[in-house]
Design a protein around this ligand. Structure first.
Ligand SMILES: [Zn+2]
Ligand SMILES: [Zn+2]
Length: 311
């Protein structure tokens, strides 16, 4: 049996390559890929190449990391999974040895091997994929493979909302209503935020945000946006602002909307330098970056399976 892998030949061009099936190590499973979600980072990678270009110019680059499928076979040490199981995977394989891994924060492991990025640029756009069993999660019977592929971005939203701390009764603004923004809306709602104001420039995304739990939405191009949002959340601003758009204008807007002693959660990947006037936020505002997720898959799968939110 052969494998087919989609490879990014150059920005804007992907080609299909026939390869051997991946070898399955003793602690790995071989997955027949069912669905792959296309992340903003994949779109960026397709158009311009990966955010972090490979050191070796001959490195094969794959795309895709939001994946669910069915196990084809398991390595000889794998006892918790078997052929035929429907699964999704955490696409980052950490080293399990460094101080971050040992403390459980394996998402920031300096040696994490994350799909479609360094060091191996292994993509999920393939028919068959070998992956460590301990980063492979069984899907409950009531979850589809499409939902399985969406566990990855949902875990990003859950992780961002968790890192913001206690959201019960809090006033929250979410900048950006793409996939990650919408996952954050649902996570903030689950955690009991009283007000969830969402800002984007696309009306269909804002409509979706309302459907998923936003209490108000605004078009980000409105020149009076800050005043209008503060009419809803109060003159001092939001307890927590989530930046999920990954853009410099929204990063600056986050600083205008956050309350004294409030938090700005930087979830999006913001390219380049963002000017910050610290004098304007020197009333004990916290700026917290958020990176992927750690220890969030099981709860994310449970929340989807128990229909605690739409996801
Ligand atoms: Zn993603
Ligand atoms: Zn590590």
């Amino acid at each position: 049996m052969k494998n087919t892998v989609a490879i990014l030949e150059k920005p804007g061009k992907m080609v299909m390559k026939e390869t051997d099936l991946p070898t399955v190590k003793d602690d790995e499973v071989l997955i027949k890929v069912g669905y792959v979600g296309i992340c903003g980072s994949d779109v960026h990678g397709f158009q311009f190449g990966p955010y972090i270009p490979p050191k070796d110019p001959n490195q094969t680059i794959g795309l895709g990391h939001e994946v669910a499928g069915v196990i084809e076979k398991v390595g000889k040490n794998v006892i918790n999974l078997k052929a035929g199981d429907r699964v999704c995977i955490e696409p980052g394989v950490p080293c399990y040895k460094c101080e971050f891994c040992m403390e459980g924060f394996y998402n920031v492991c300096p040696d994490v091997d994350f799909m479609a990025t360094q060091p191996n640029y292994k993509g999920a756009l393939t028919n068959y994929l070998a992956h460590p069993a301990d980063m492979t999660y069984h899907l409950p019977d009531n979850m589809s493979l499409v939902e399985g592929a969406l566990v990855e971005p949902a875990a990003v939203g859950i992780h961002a909302a968790e890192m913001a701390g206690d959201l019960l009764g809090k006033k929250v603004v979410i900048l950006g209503s793409g996939c990650i923004g919408l996952m954050t809306v649902q996570s903030a709602k689950l955690m009991g935020a009283a007000e969830i104001v969402v800002i984007d420039v696309l009306q269909n995304r804002l409509d979706k945000a309302i459907e998923l739990g936003a209490t108000a939405t605004f078009d980000g191009r409105d020149e009076k946006i800050v005043e209008k949002v503060k009419e809803i959340i109060g003159e001092y601003g939001a307890d927590v602002v989530f930046e999920t758009a990954g853009a410099i204008p929204t990063a600056k807007m986050a600083l205008q909307l956050v309350k004294r002693r409030g938090k700005v959660m930087v979830v999006g990947t913001i390219p380049g330098d963002t000017p910050i006037d610290f004098l304007k936020i020197n009333r004990e505002v916290s700026i917290q970056t958020v990176f992927r997720y750690a220890n969030d898959y099981k709860k994310t799968i449970d929340l989807i399976s128990k229909k605690r939110s739409y996801f």
